[in-house]
Write a protein that binds this ligand. Structure first.
Ligand code: HEC
Ligand code: HEC
Ligand code: HEC
Ligand code: HEC
Ligand code: HEC
Ligand code: HEC
Length: 271
């Protein structure tokens, strides 16, 4: 089986440059700037992995590799980032061994019932999280990804399609008592974002995001609750991992996939 690896980025850059050749020089230079700042997509299996090494290293343990791709198939983002209070920036949570042994963070699920236990003292089991090498993880990814619809960037998996077609069925809560608010009817209409720059129109669906996230994942810290209320909200700042890029450069499909946010930029995506 072919290793799912991204080799087509230069081709895409070329396609975009050609497709905007007919535009004015201004939009060409804006797009050029965006493309210039765009980091290349790495190997699919690595996208969304968080490597935690600070505390492990001090204690002489191999780093912990947490992968979003296997967890997000089972749990929506809100389970971990709201219910279980994991931070949405790598390193923010500051997880310690004492905490997970006491049943917090990873220890909530890694209890021997839902998933392999953190309480297992057998040193050969520590490597399940403290990975000396990641070959086995990469192999499991290949098997996992085979069953899901493909995309060109990020994990090479079309997560939105997988979710909408029931190919993955992540749970929304692991604590029955948690209240989920009703999605407000008023937000059903997609928001029109984007600038006056040609083909920069963006359609943002609150509903699609609410399927996995809560209002507080974005408001008020990342976005103002008012259309066009968010300052310095440019493509460039997105690319540096702010705004949409806080998820769409790290876990959700990355910014390389222009057409999924800018439907009018035809020819600019790898599809
Ligand atoms: C099983 C738990 C779990 C689920 C489900 C989960 N995450 Fe995470 N996420 C984590 C952990 C753990 C971290 C690392 C936190 C830390 O280092 O302090 C993290 C980190 C992140 C980061 C920062 C990554 C970085 O490199 O800085 C983003 C962004 C993120 N998650 C978004 C999401 C999104 C979007 C979803 C849903 C599609 C999601 N997460 C689902 C546990 C989870
Ligand atoms: C479910 C995953 C998981 C398993 C299994 C696991 N750990 Fe950890 N461990 C972590 C995470 C996450 C951290 C925090 C990583 C960091 O920041 O470097 C950590 C950190 C540590 C630290 C750093 C000190 C501290 O206070 O945090 C030590 C020591 C440690 N683990 C030992 C072990 C040993 C020994 C085993 C096996 C008996 C084990 N771990 C199994 C996830 C796990
Ligand atoms: C909301 C529940 C939940 C939380 C929180 C959670 N996990 Fe998991 N994790 C699972 C489940 C379920 C599996 C798959 C079952 C199994 O392998 O036993 C899994 C599997 C894994 C695997 C094996 C993945 C593979 O395919 O090799 C690793 C490594 C792992 N988790 C690490 C972590 C670390 C580190 C944390 C904390 C930072 C964490 N998990 C937090 C539920 C969770
Ligand atoms: C994934 C991120 C995200 C999530 C989750 C999210 N929003 Fe928003 N919301 C935005 C963005 C982006 C804007 C536009 C901000 C701008 O243009 O500056 C916005 C704008 C709004 C507006 C103004 C709409 C208008 O037409 O003026 C309201 C009201 C709003 N959000 C409410 C909510 C509520 C309620 C929830 C939870 C049900 C929610 N949002 C969840 C990203 C999000
Ligand atoms: C808090 C995290 C987060 C933020 C912030 C966020 N998104 Fe998303 N978005 C997701 C997740 C998770 C998905 C599901 C698909 C995936 O993971 O690739 C998604 C899906 C989408 C889709 C649907 C793709 C499809 O094929 O159906 C679009 C379009 C989109 N986001 C645009 C945006 C835009 C534009 C912004 C900024 C205004 C934004 N998102 C901000 C997490 C986020
Ligand atoms: C996750 C969604 C998303 C993806 C993917 C994305 N963009 Fe954007 N882009 C936006 C948003 C949102 C804005 C509008 C920001 C605002 O309202 O000011 C924007 C604005 C722009 C603009 C207008 C000028 C500017 O800097 O704001 C250009 C040009 C642009 N994008 C090019 C691209 C190109 C080229 C790609 C692919 C390489 C791309 N975008 C991928 C969300 C996205």
């Amino acid at each position: 089986m072919a290793v799912r690896f991204l080799v087509i980025l230069p081709l895409i850059v070329l396609t975009v440059l050609l497709s905007i050749g007919s535009g004015q020089s201004e939009d060409r230079s804006e797009l050029g700037k965006v493309l210039h700042a765009m980091p290349p997509n790495g190997p699919f299996w690595k996208y969304g992995n968080v490597v935690m090494r600070r505390k492990s290293k001090k204690a002489g343990m191999a780093p912990v590799v947490f992968s979003h791709w296997n967890h997000r198939a089972k749990y929506t983002c809100r389970v971990c980032h709201l219910e279980l209070e994991f931070g949405m920036r790598s390193g923010d949570t500051g997880i310690t061994r004492a905490q997970y042994l006491a049943g917090k963070y990873c220890g909530v699920c890694h209890d021997g019932k839902t998933a392999f236990s953190v309480l297992d003292k057998d040193p050969s089991k520590c490597v399940k999280c403290h990975m000396k090498d990641t070959n086995a993880l990469e192999e499991r990814f290949e098997k996992f990804a085979e069953k899901l619809p493909q995309s060109s960037f990020g994990n090479g998996i079309d997560w939105a399609n997988s979710l909408n077609n029931g190919l993955i069925t992540p749970v929304n809560s692991i604590r029955a008592e948690r209240l989920t608010i009703q999605f407000p009817d008023k937000l059903k209409e997609p928001l029109k974002l984007g600038t006056t720059s040609p083909r920069s129109d963006v359609t943002f669906s609150h509903e699609e995001h609410f399927a996995e996230l809560d209002c507080s994942s974005c408001h008020p810290d990342t976005f103002k609750i008012k259309r066009e209320g968010t300052e310095s909200f440019s493509m460039r700042n997105n690319l540096y991992g702010n705004y949409c890029g806080s998820c769409h450069m790290r876990v959700a499909f990355p910014m390389n996939d222009c057409k999924r946010c800018h439907p009018k930029m035809s020819g600019s995506s790898g599809y």
